[in-house]
Structures are given as C-alpha cells and as structure tokens.
Design a protein around this ligand. Structure first.
Ligand code: IMP
Length: 407
C-alpha cells in the first residue's frame, strides 16, 4: 500500500512524528519535495531528533529511505545531517538513496535567495536555504541534477567555485544515486510511505501564492516527485494542528490579535513549542481555520485528517474555529485565490467550550473529554473528512488511532 502524508496547513503540523509513527510498518519511506527548508522534529524516549532532508523513517533501524526527484538537495546540509545522525548512533550507511533526477543546491544559491528576498517589495520571508533559486533554475532548465554529476557535458552551467564544491561530495552522492521509477516498481505491493514537506498552503500551485515555497508540497507532488503515477497512491492523510501556525510572511486570517490576545498568543506559542526547527523563528499562531483546512482536504483528496497538538489547548476555557471569512462585508466560505482577498479576510469565529483536562495520557478516542470530542467531531463535519488519528503529545506512544492506517 502506498500512503501519502502531507501537511494540510502552512507546514509544521507535526508530520515528522506521524511519519515516524507509521514508518514502523513501512518497507520504505520516500520524501518527494522541498529541501533543507523543512524541519521535522521527532522525539523518541525523550531524545529529540531534528531532520531537514532525510525522511523521518531513518530512525527505524534497517528501513530504506529515498530522497525523490522532486526534491532540491544541498549536499553540504545532507552530509552534515547524516554526520549528526551517525553521532547519535543512527546507522544510515547503505539505506539512504537519492533519485538521479533530484536537483542539487549550490552554496551560491543561498546568498541569491536571501538577497532577492531582501529587495522584494513584499518579502516572502524565505528560510534562505537556496530552495527557491534551485527550483527557479530547474524551471529555466539550467539546474544541476544528481544524474549529471558524472557527466561533464551536462555540467556546462556551473560557475567558478561550483565544481570545487561538488568535487567534495561527488563520489559520496553518486554512491547513493538511484532510479526511483525502477525502485518503486520493485517495491510495488509493499508498504511505502510518501512523506510531504512544508504544507499544502505553501505549495507553489495550491498555496497562498506568492507567499509559498517553490516545490509541490501537496499530495499531487508525491507522484511526480518520486517516480509513480497518481493512481499508484492508495491513501492520502493530511496532518493538521488543533490550531493554525505559519512562519514567514503572507496572510494568516485567523492569527491571534497581538494586543487583545497577547497572553493567548504567547501561551500557544510556548506550549506548542512554536519556534522553527530550521531557522529558530517564532511561528505566527491563530485559531483553527476550517475554511483553509476544508480547501486542503479538497485539493489533496484527503482520505483522513491526523489532528496534532490537541493537548496544547488543554487548559483553555474556550476554543474558537473559523467557519467563514468576512471579505469587504461579504461572507465567504471557500478559500480565496486572490491574495488581496485573503489579506482582507476577517475570520467568522465559532466558539466551543474548552475541555480543561489533560489529554496527554489518553490512549483511545473514547477516553477523551466530551468537549474535545465535540471539537474533533465539528472538524470532521465541517471538512467532510474523518479525523482518523489524534496526537496528544510528542512521543510516538502519545497517538490515538481510530482506524488502522495501513489497511
Ligand atoms: P523558502 O521555501 O525557504 O523559499 O520559504 C518560502 C516560505 O515558505 C517562507 O514563508 C518559509 O517560512 C516557508 N517555509 C518553507 N519551508 C517551510 C517548512 O518546512 N515549514 C514551514 N514553513 C516553511
């Protein structure tokens, strides 16, 4: 079975934990988009692992992990990440494979990325990892792919300094090179997990353009960014938080008010540890935006949602969700494509009583406080998508599964 896990909001939904949770039963784990702009935190036995490029499945001994052709890979960041994993006792040798179609990020891209954002009229707030530059060069058809590393002719677009940089990594990269179409064909009939990066609302096509990343972080990218067709994908799960966060610039209609809700803002940020794994930036926080989430359910054909960070709301008297936008006096219930409309959107909020009980020790849906169940059931009703899994803490074990995922 092929299962795709995507972020159903603006990234940082807790995909790393869920991928890690499901990876135990997968033969292979494939990452298909983005690069070292992503940051996944996984906690196992109170040890924290931060991953940027390597699929979270690496933490299971013996699992094969693949970096797909839809990714843009910075060799320096990759080998630094592998070094850190090794330092912590993770044996990765012989089980990390990179698509020959994947593009490489060169050091000069990072500077271009930062410099370009600095002169934009409205900066995007990029992570500065050279991701947008690598994807732009890919579209211009002057990028460098792993497949080209041992082919001098295809490397004609390199500039001074690029070759010396690549020379340090060439042999090690080529040793991991693989043909993903062939590999995934070999794995047909086995359990394969496709791990999305960023989130659907940061996808270059379905996201809040231009305030997006440059890859295909939606479910559609799982096919083109790895080496199978869309019909090979059996199930798509969307991970979302019980609230909403966003890092970087761009509209966030349900963002808590910095003045009148400053205590709530800080509480959610601190309790949810809402600080970027890649850049350390504080994330913007707000109520759960169901208009945006329902849009993500639709554009990704989600089979189910995985709700994370429910425990962050444990002590609140009441919780709110956004059920519509007010845009210039008009009530709007579909997620707008116009960035001006989205920027002008005022959330129409619906209040729910808080559950005021810790949910972190809960193992079944039945055990959850009634008010938390009501909150979850409203999400299901509004989005017309079942919430199949609920995460109530950082550890692998703090996960409530309502329907078996690998079946
Ligand atoms: P870039 O991908 O570094 O160009 O960043 C573009 C936008 O996407 C910025 O607002 C980033 O903060 C955001 N972004 C990129 N990667 C992630 C991620 O993994 N999680 C959350 N936001 C991200």
């Amino acid at each position: 079975m092929n299962i795709v896990i995507i972020g159903a909001q603006w990234g940082d939904e807790g995909k790393g934990k869920i991928v890690d949770f499901l990876a135990g039963d997968a033969e292979a784990i494939v990452r298909y988009a983005g690069g070292a702009n992503a940051g996944h935190t996984i906690v196992i036995d109170r040890r924290e692992y931060a991953l940027h490029l390597i699929p979270s499945g690496i933490l299971y001994p013996g699992k094969q992990v693949f970096l797909g052709g839809g990714m843009v890979i910075d060799p320096q960041a990759l080998f630094e990440e592998l070094r850190l994993l090794e330092e912590r006792g993770i044996d990765w040798q012989g089980r990390v494979f990179i698509s020959d179609r994947a593009h490489l990020v060169l050091p000069r891209y990072r500077k271009i990325d930062v410099d370009r954002d600095a002169v934009r009229k409205k900066p995007i707030g990029t992570t500065g990892r050279g991701i947008g530059v690598a994807y732009a060069l890919k579209s211009e058809r002057v990028g460098v792919r792993l497949a080209d590393l041992d082919n001098g002719e295809a490397l004609g677009n390199l500039e001074t300094g690029d070759t010396a940089f690549l020379d340090q990594y060439r042999d090690r990269l080529l040793a991991m090179k693989t043909d993903m179409a062939a590999e995934l064909y070999r794995l047909r009939g086995k359990n394969v997990l496709f791990e999305g990066a960023q989130g659907s609302l940061l996808d270059i096509d379905s996201g809040t353009y231009p305030y997006v990343s440059s890859g295909l972080s939606s479910a559609a990218g799982a096919a083109s960014g790895s080496g199978v067709g869309p019909r090979a994908l059996d199930k798509v799960l969307g991970v979302c938080k019980a609230y909403t966060t966003r890092v970087g610039n761009g509209p966030l209609p349900t963002e808590f008010d910095q003045k009148s809700q400053s205590a709530l803002y800080q509480f959610v940020r601190d309790t949810g540890r809402e600080y970027g794994v890649t850049t350390g930036r504080a994330r913007r926080c707000g109520s759960l935006d169901l208009v945006a989430l329902r849009y993500a359910c639709r554009v990704n054909s989600l089979d189910a949602l995985v709700l994370t960070h429910l425990d962050v709301y444990d002590t609140l008297d009441e919780v709110e969700v956004c059920v519509a936008y007010d845009i210039a006096g008009k009530r709007v219930t579909d997620f707008p494509g116009s960035i001006a409309d989205l920027t002008a959107a005022k959330p129409v909020l619906r209040k729910f009583p808080g559950w005021k009980t810790p949910v972190t020790g809960t193992h079944t849906f039945k055990e959850l406080p009634q008010a938390a169940k009501n909150y979850i059931e409203f999400i299901e009703e509004f989005t017309e998508t079942p919430v199949d899994t609920v995460s109530v803490g950082y550890e692998r074990t703090q996960t409530i599964v309502r329907n078996q995922i690998w079946s």
